[in-house]
Design a protein around this ligand. Structure first.
Ligand code: NDP
Length: 306
């Protein structure tokens, strides 16, 4: 069975950054990229808020560059998805693609989170063409335009108020007659004049043409159908952290986000570290994921050299 000193799972900003640091620390990292090499960022187009790129950077190029930087420094980056994990004792036993077995002295979980979508075919069709699950990433492209945000939680309120600062008008599409968000966030929404809440409404279809989204068809409780004209449609109905494979051993919060120890990336299992969106329900940015990947690699290095 192959033995690895530092195994990194996940090919997003957290995983690649962990690989860069672990390679420079000479702990011979092996990284499995999973089913979506490049991570969530590859679902967007231009990244304008990653420092160091005054004119913005194409999301796929940014991820490809992070990957090649890790490879140049000596990281062994492989395609394949982890299908099983036994973290009951060290070395940890990891199975890739149902067949390859690896023993890892340390493990960095950087498997990310996926935004939840409504599951409409039209939503899928216009993904990246007006449909987005990240207002901080894509809101800038809708300056002075009208947009809609689906959801009534803290994320939806935060995204709606963020978008309200850029856009002409923001509709919040809320399926009940109350918001789930905290009182403070509700107050912020209520005090933002260009946000209009459409209560008791469900999205039936995202409307558009060859240039992208042009509107949304909604159904109000009771059955009334009506359309609103918008250029952007933002999902904010929650995320699902990709921690399912590890929850037998690794402690998570009730939503499944891995709990790390204080300011470090350490999980409750010695030698297992977590980085990026799988342990961060709050910031979820490429730059914060990258930073936590750096921390996880430094923690793994320290653990191996103790
Ligand atoms: P939540 O699960 O809290 O809220 C999801 C929202 O989406 C709810 O309003 C829910 O409606 C709605 N929703 C879910 N599925 C659908 C659907 N199929 N159609 C329409 N609407 C749907 O997720 P969040 O991402 O908002 O928050 C996750 C966690 O992160 C929370 O604990 C939150 O407090 C925290 N957070 C904190 C922030 C802060 O403190 N600044 C910022 C952002 C998040 P319903 O209410 O009817 O179920």
């Amino acid at each position: 069975m192959e033995k690895v000193r530092c195994l990194i799972i996940g090919g997003g900003p957290a995983g690649y950054t962990a690989a860069i640091y672990a390679a420079r620390a000479a702990i011979s990292p092996v990284l499995y990229e999973g089913l979506e090499p490049g991570g969530q960022l590859t679902t967007t187009t231009v990244v304008e808020n990653f420092p160091g790129f005054p004119d913005g950077v194409d999301a796929n190029s940014l991820m490809a560059d992070m990957r090649s930087q890790a490879v140049r420094l000596g990281a062994d980056i492989r395609s394949g998805a982890v299908s099983a994990a036994d973290l009951s004792q060290r070395p940890f036993k990891i199975t890739v693609d149902g067949c390859t077995e690896i023993e890892a002295e340390t493990l960095i979980i950087a498997t990310g989170a996926t935004a939840k979508y409504l599951g409409l075919p039209s939503e899928q069709k216009f993904r990246g063409l007006g449909v987005s699950a990240c207002a901080t990433c894509d809101g800038f492209f809708y300056r002075r335009k009208d947009v809609a945000v689906v959801g009534g939680g803290d994320t939806a309120c935060e995204e709606a108020t963020y978008l309200a600062g850029l856009c002409n008008k923001v509709y919040m599409i809320v399926r009940r007659d109350v918001l789930r968000a905290s009182a403070a966030m509700q107050e912020r929404v209520a005090n933002t004049p260009n946000i209009e809440i459409l209560w008791n409404c469900n999205t039936r279809e995202v409307l558009g043409d060859s240039s992208g989204v042009t509107g949304v068809r909604l159904e109000r409780k009771g059955g009334e159908l009506f359309d609103i004209a918008v250029d952007g449609f933002f999902l904010a109905i929650g995320h699902h952290p990709q921690s399912d494979l590890f929850t037998t051993w690794i402690k998570t919060d009730e939503a499944g986000y891995i709990i790390t120890d204080g300011r470090s990336s350490a999980t409750n299992v010695e030698g297992v570290f977590a980085a990026g969106d799988v342990q961060d329900p709050r910031y979820r940015q490429a730059i914060t994921a990258a930073a936590s990947g750096c921390r996880a690699a430094l923690d793994a290095e320290k653990f191996l050299k103790r």
